[in-house]
Design a protein around this ligand. Structure first.
Ligand code: B12
Length: 224
């Protein structure tokens, strides 16, 4: 039964048909599949398959990429309400696009993947001043500050991740938060994240989600 559901869900996602994806999910629940199985056996593998397709085919359709994450986030949010035991959220991320940068699609894909991986996400939007990343991370008790930047000057400039790192240092908050970055400039130069003072980077939404989950788990282990 599960194979049939996975196939139908993947087809709906491939067609970027959110309604069809939800119809598959609700039909599967009517047949007895649990909300937990839908998230962990259907939704997350679908993101993995889409990312694998994109890696194989650099011309893969952006709409499919985007909608896979969007549908994953929405299905996960609905399923969380139906989990038998309230799921333990792994941690919290504040995410935004660097000051001066209005590109939002990559960030939204990362958010979709994080939600499907049980990470709470606070979306600060686009064009976010560096001080706000830090203030919100403190106010929301996040573990991770995530800065998306699609342009070279917003990735490397003085008002992006570099400044966030400086503020963390000035306020003595470096032990409290990890800083992660992503976006096209980091894909072209895999060492760039270090020169802007970040603790990590990832090339796509799913790797971003997994890196952040590992980082939060590491922080929790260190705190024990
Ligand atoms: C779509 C797009 C736009 C759209 C944005 C719509 C939107 N709402 O996002 C619009 C039309 C608004 C736009 C505007 C501009 N754009 Co534009 N845009 C693009 C384009 C074609 C695609 C970007 C995109 O969405 N990629 C798809 C997503 C899925 O990929 P991604 O963002 O890299 O995200 C993935 C990973 O990087 C990672 N990731 C992303 N964020 C994060 C964060 C973290 C923490 C982690 C871990 C991972 C991670 O996971 C994501 C999901 O897998 C790129 C070209 C390109 N091929 O990259 C140019 C591009 C980025 N734009 C560019 C430019 C110059 C501009 C403009 C200045 C154009 C102009 N003259 O007005 C303006 C800038 C406006 C501004 N101030 O921001 C240049 C930047 C050049 C440079 N070297 O700096 C590019 C590279 C085009 C080019 N070749 O010249 N743009």
């Amino acid at each position: 039964m599960i194979d049939k559901i996975i196939k139908a869900y993947n087809e709906a996602v491939f067609e970027t048909d959110k309604e069809a994806a939800f119809a598959v999910v609700y039909a599967a629940m009517a047949e007895g599949l649990s909300a937990e199985d839908i998230v962990f056996k259907v939704v997350i593998p679908a993101i993995e398959e889409m990312m694998a397709n994109i890696t194989r085919d650099p011309d893969a359709n952006l709409a499919q990429h985007f909608m896979t994450a969007q549908i994953a986030a929405e299905v996960t949010e609905k399923m969380l309400e139906k989990f038998q035991q309230p799921p333990e959220m792994i941690g919290r991320v504040v995410i935004g696009t660097a000051a001066g940068d209005l590109h939002s699609l990559g960030k939204r894909i990362v958010m979709g993947c994080l939600k499907a991986l049980m990470v709470d996400v606070v979306d600060l939007g686009v064009n976010v001043p560096p001080e706000r990343f830090v203030d919100e991370a403190l106010a929301r008790e996040a573990q991770i500050i995530a800065v998306s930047a699609m342009m070279v000057h917003t990735a490397t400039g003085e008002n992006g991740a570099r400044r966030v790192r400086q503020i963390l240092r000035e306020r003595g908050l470096e032990d409290r938060f990890r800083l992660v970055v992503g976006g096209a400039p980091y894909r072209f130069d895999n060492e760039l994240y270090q020169s802007v003072g970040a603790d990590g980077w990832a090339a796509d939404g799913l790797s971003a989600g997994k890196m952040i989950v590992d980082m939060i788990r590491g922080m929790k282990r260190e705190a024990v």
